[in-house]
Write a protein that binds this ligand. Structure first.
Ligand code: GDP
Length: 297
């Protein structure tokens, strides 16, 4: 289960406080040392942990706890609030173009879940907004990726524009956008190539697609199982492409929490959706407060 280790650790830390009437400075310091350890073990980025612990410690040593009748509950409340803040405070909706089509570009490393998430997103838009999306198959390096997108398109009854693997992805996107204009599709979702790690050639290609398509949304798809590495990679993509949002995938697995808790702070970009399974209806809007509650149990 996601965040299991982190949740257990935090619950244990806080249960040691319960029943205590007054908290001493030393009690707070001890708790914060343990919170710090729990976050580091959950693979949260070091700088993020440092500043998080500092903020919570300062608040916890302040009047709102020291003068409270229920100091331990107050500390838990502060941790809850600061975790929520760390993950972005509020849900952030998908950007929408003033005129159709809204163009969404999916980027990320290979295997992160780009193609699956493209499908999930289209499914959501079709169901909730009665949208008529078009997919563009821009991952020309893996024939399997195009096939995968076509299969998803068939399942959802959503058209896929592709030119196989022999054409330049920038041209494919250009031609796909022309088809979308002709068919008056209200959303265009561009699936792009990934690599095993950030590579200059790929970034150049993505930049060209961005310059051509002027996407309203560049969603970085991050595998939450990769922990704080996901935040680092997101930062790399953001520097090159100025991403507009993040989708965290595989939160149905036993991810430790490092990605969810680091990525917003490291990139400054909102986590917009979370993937919670392989099926096409397993994409949810990301709510930082609900995630914080899930972590605190
Ligand atoms: P891409 O290379 O980035 O396009 O990645 P894919 O969309 O092909 O996904 C890689 C693998 O991750 C596939 O087996 C997907 O079924 C799986 N996957 C994607 N999102 C999720 C998710 O939220 N949960 C789980 N359990 N698996 C996922």
């Amino acid at each position: 289960m996601a965040f299991e280790g982190l949740s257990e650790r935090l619950q244990k830390v806080f249960s040691s406080l319960k029943g205590k009437g007054k908290l001493s400075d030393e009690d707070i310091r001890k708790v914060m040392r343990e919170v710090r350890m729990a976050l580091l073990e959950a693979d949260v980025n070091f700088d993020v942990v440092k500043s998080f612990v500092k903020t919570v410690r300062e608040r916890a040593l302040g009047a709102e706890v020291m003068e409270s009748l229920t100091p331990s509950q107050q500390v838990i409340k502060i941790v809850d609030e600061e975790l929520t803040k760390l993950m972005g405070q509020e849900a952030v909706p998908l950007n929408k173009a003033p005129h159709i089509p809204t163009i969404i570009m999916m980027v990320g490393l290979q295997g992160a879940g780009k193609t699956t998430t493209a499908g999930k997103l289209a499914n959501r838009l079709k169901k909730n907004d009665k949208a008529r999306p078009l997919f563009i198959a821009g991952d020309v390096y893996r024939p399997a990726a195009i096939e995968q997108l076509k299969t998803i398109g068939q399942q959802l009854d959503i058209p896929v524009y592709d030119e196989g693997t022999d054409h330049d992805p920038v041209d494919i996107v250009k031609n796909g956008l022309a088809v979308a204009a002709e068919n008056k599709n209200d959303y265009v979702i561009i699936d792009t190539a990934g690599r095993l790690e950030i590579d200059e050639q790929l970034m150049e290609e993505l930049q060209k697609i961005k310059d051509l398509a002027h996407p309203n949304e560049i969603l970085f798809v991050a595998d939450s199982m990769t922990g704080q590495v996901a935040a680092k990679v997101a930062h790399g993509f953001d520097e090159q492409l100025d991403i507009t949002g993040v989708v965290l995938t595989k939160l149905d697995g036993d991810t430790r929490g490092g990605a969810a808790l680091s990525i917003r702070s490291v990139t400054g970009k909102p986590i917009k959706f979370i993937g919670q399974g392989e099926k096409l209806d397993q994409l949810d809007v990301f709510h930082p407060d609900r995630m914080a509650n899930r972590i605190l149990g």
